[in-house]
Ligand binder design. Structure first.
Ligand SMILES: Nc1ncnc2c1ncn2[C@@H]1O[C@H](COP(=O)(O)OP(=O)(O)OP(=O)(O)O)[C@@H](O)[C@H]1O
Ligand SMILES: [Mg+2]
Length: 394
């Protein structure tokens, strides 16, 4: 197994130790002289390469086991990294090349080369090597698993992004649909209000006039006059009911005088019907602010819903509506001193949802500030509507 071990050591004990080390390791170990010829090789190394140690001794190791790349193209000796390294007198560790066996097959190897020095001069090198087929296979499997995982993550991300886009589109469509339905509903209410006003209102007025005419002529007949008085009363109740229905369908004051007087009237009516004290604060700067028909009816409906909620849920004694401007933003703050509530993070009930959707459709924000026992304040903020009020409409 050893050739010319004198080159390594002249000492017999040291030589014996060396033999033991070489044979006890599972790694392949060989030594080469300056011309690259094998001066020793251990059993394990020779066996890995398909030789006995004696068959390797004296052979040029580069041409025997390291002559070609993994793709079988030749590796000239001047490109061999082991050769170059020990010629230059330094060590090297490589794990991306193959070593060739006697039978022409190759295996991926990790090898390390260390120069052997005699004083200052390099006289050869010791090379250790290992068959790392298993390690490479594991690395490849790991890499494949990693690539597969990355591919899966990319696919999932793409799927999720597409689903998210779809959801956002559906959300936007629903929001547009909701805004459209609101305006269709308002338009429909306006039609119905006009028809009731023109047909029913006009018929009731004509009846009232005729009954009044008859009443004057029947002044002498107590029984008939009494009957007519009853009819006149029913007629005037019917007129009031029609006016109330008309007002609910489409508050005339909103069309004729605008939002602010309409809100004031709404609060007065609310106070009269509910017995809850109402306060209305609207400075002149706000009163001058006209928002356009759709925006005004939307705000009116929101305040209507807030007041309905106050009367149904709050148990409040006072309500106040304060309108104010801040920069170009208009703010409506409707506060009650009732029992308050736990505000849901996302409204799911239709009253709160409708208020929020209407506000969003106007480009505004709606905040509900409340907690149990603390009353409830609904804050509605519409940015960009105060400056240039002339043209402001939503
Ligand atoms: N001012 C308030 N004070 C206390 N609780 C309130 C107030 N406003 C709303 N709530 C609570 O919030 C809930 C949701 O209100 P929302 O208007 O969405 O639904 P609703 O009034 O119950 O039904 P509707 O769909 O007829 O409006 C109410 O059921 C009530 O519990
Ligand atoms: Mg409600």
């Amino acid at each position: 197994m050893f050739a010319n071990l004198h080159n390594l050591s002249h000492h017999a004990a040291w030589r014996r130790q060396l033999e033991l080390i070489l044979e006890s390791t599972g790694e392949g170990i060989y030594g080469i002289d300056l011309r690259g010829r094998c001066i020793f090789i251990n059993e394990a190394g020779a066996e890995m390469l398909g030789y006995t140690p004696d068959e390797v001794l004296g052979r040029s190791m580069h041409y025997l086991i390291h002559h070609s790349h993994a793709d079988e193209t030749l590796m000239p000796v001047h490109e061999c990294r082991i050769y170059k390294a020990f010629q230059e007198g330094h060590g090297i560790r490589v794990d991306n090349e193959v070593l060739w066996r006697r039978d022409g097959s190759s295996f991926p190897a990790e090898y390390a080369s260390y120069p052997i020095r005699d004083g200052d001069s390099v006289v050869g090198a010791v090379v250790t090597f290992n068959d790392i087929t298993e390690r490479k296979r594991t690395e490849r499997l790991l890499q494949e698993a990693h690539d597969q995982l990355e591919r899966r993550v990319r696919e999932r991300t793409a799927e999720l992004t597409a689903a998210h886009d779809n959801l956002r589109q559906s959300h936007e469509s629903l929001r547009r649909l909701s805004a459209h339905l609101n305006s269709v509903r308002e338009e429909e209410r306006r039609h119905i209000a006009r028809d009731i006003h023109d047909d029913l209102g006009a018929a009731l007025t004509a009846l009232q006039l005729d009954m009044n005419w008859l009443r004057q002529r029947l002044a002498g007949d107590e029984t008939l006059a009494g009957k007519l008085d009853d009819m006149l009363e029913v007629g005037s109740e019917a007129m009031s009911a029609v006016r109330r229905i008309l007002n609910d369908l489409r508050p005339g004051v909103l069309d004729h005088l605008g939002l602010w007087p309409a809100l004031e009237t709404l609060l007065q009516e609310f106070q009269r019907r509910s017995g809850i004290a109402c306060r209305y604060v609207c400075p002149p700067a706000v009163e001058r602010c006209r928002l356009g028909r759709d925006a005004e009816i939307a705000l009116y409906r929101i305040v209507q819903e807030v007041l309905t909620n106050v009367s149904r849920h709050a148990g409040a004694r006072n309500v106040q509506l304060v309108a104010s401007t801040e920069g170009d933003a208009l703010t409506l703050r409707i506060a009650d001193d009732g029992q308050g509530m736990r505000v849901p993070p996302q409204p799911t009930s239709f009253g709160l949802l409708g208020m929020r959707e209407r506000t969003l459709a106007l480009g505004g924000r709606l905040n509900i500030v409340s907690s149990p026992g603390e009353g409830t304040t609904v804050v509605l903020c519409l940015p960009g509507v105060v400056a240039g009020q002339q043209g402001a409409s939503a």
